[in-house]
Design a protein around this ligand. Structure first.
Ligand code: UD1
Length: 348
């Protein structure tokens, strides 16, 4: 006679800010389905502001393993995650590894799992900006080639995967787990005192986030964007939570109508988005969050891997030319787009 079958074991990998938000509902669902889960934090983001506050805000449990990979060039960071994850994976010998999104930790752990012969699942598969100048685009393409199960948030993502030769049976259109987290936490976020603490009220400010290397590491692009923000702030004061990559580069270069603060946690980020008249960003996740919140968003990039936020949401991709950005912002403040939300982005 054989004993009861051991529960399947899933290793869930999270490394950077946007991963934490997606890992929470998936961990909860895997556990509710009776799987054994192990949470691995790669340490790509490690600060209280970039990591700790997200665990607290999301009620994410303390990771079972922390790889302490830290910052570095792409090769250094990716290699640090791989080197630390390989022996851990051998020790854990799970049935499946789950990776999220498009950060270096995603690529690193998908690659280690594939070579170790462990089945890997990619949540948020198939997004493509078409711009291989973005490190995330490379991470997306490679992670999708390596993972056996591809969970997509939108029909365009499914199309990309099929066009690239993925078998239809490996692709699952499941909706957006980041939206699940958002809708579960929205009320709690709206009760946060962050706006009052900044002397603002809902609808009387705009929100800015910038952290893409193409925007903040390129002096000419950054000059144009800071010029645009200064002009827009004359019509609508702006709050700018600055990513560590960005903070030093913008210090002292903006008028007082652009209030630069440190990076904010998950709930405060939602609260700031929900109360904003307009959001100007180069983030991927914020394009989706603003769509779900019904807040107008201008994406300060030339492409988006999330076209549904444009065709079925509140997002406009406006690039980084100063005049174009200012014109689009003033137009959006005057004529905000109506809120609408893509199918399956329903919190379930
Ligand atoms: C990474 C992701 C990006 C995601 C972003 C969210 C990649 C290639 N990029 O970019 O897709 O949108 O996270 O924030 O994976 N730093 C700290 N504290 C930390 C972590 C980083 O101060 O806890 C600073 C370091 O100076 C580091 C810099 O931020 O060099 C950049 O961090 P890194 O993880 O390399 O990339 P992000 O720009 O955060």
């Amino acid at each position: 006679m054989t004993g009861p079958r051991a529960a399947a074991h899933a290793v869930v990998v999270a490394g950077a800010r946007p991963n934490f938000v997606k890992a929470k509902p998936v961990l909860d669902a895997l556990e509710a389905a009776g799987l054994r889960t192990t949470l691995v934090h790669t340490g790509q983001h490690y600060d209280e502001a970039m990591s700790g506050v997200f665990f607290a805000d999301l009620d994410l449990r303390v990771p079972d393993h922390h790889l302490a990979a830290g910052s570095g060039s792409h090769a250094v960071q990716t290699a640090a995650v791989m080197t630390a994850f390989e022996p851990l994976l051998a020790e854990l010998a799970p049935d499946v590894v789950v990776v999220f999104g498009d950060v270096n930790s995603t690529l690193a752990c998908a690659l280690v799992a594939a070579k170790a012969g462990v089945r890997a699942a990619h949540v948020e598969a198939g997004l493509r900006s078409g711009d291989r100048g973005m490190p995330e685009e490379i991470n997306r393409i490679v992670a999708d080639r390596l993972c056996a199960d591809l969970f997509a948030t939108s029909p365009d993502a499914v199309e990309h995967l099929l066009r690239e030769g993925t078998e239809p049976r490996d692709v699952h259109l499941v909706g957006n787990v980041m939206v699940d987290t958002l809708l579960a936490r929205r009320d709690e976020a709206l009760a946060r005192p962050v706006l009052a603490g900044l002397g603002r009220r809902p609808g009387d400010y705009g929100l800015v986030t910038l952290h893409r290397p193409a925007n903040v590491d390129d002096p000419a692009a950054l000059d144009g964007l800071l010029g645009a923000l200064s002009e827009i702030a004359a019509s609508c004061p702006l709050i700018f939570p600055a990513h560590p990559r960005t903070a030093a580069r913008v210090a002292g270069r903006l008028p007082s109508s652009v209030r630069v603060i440190g990076p904010v946690g998950y709930l405060d980020s939602l609260a700031l988005q929900a109360g904003a008249r307009i959001v100007l960003t180069d983030s991927g996740g914020i394009q989706e969050e603003t769509t779900v919140l019904g807040v107008p968003c201008l994406t300060l990039r030339d492409t988006t891997e999330r076209p549904l936020t444009v065709t079925e949401g509140t997002n406009r991709v406006v690039g980084r030319d100063r005049r174009v950005v200012v014109t689009a912002a003033l137009d959006t403040l005057e004529h905000p787009p109506p809120p609408r939300r893509p199918a399956l982005w329903d919190g379930r």
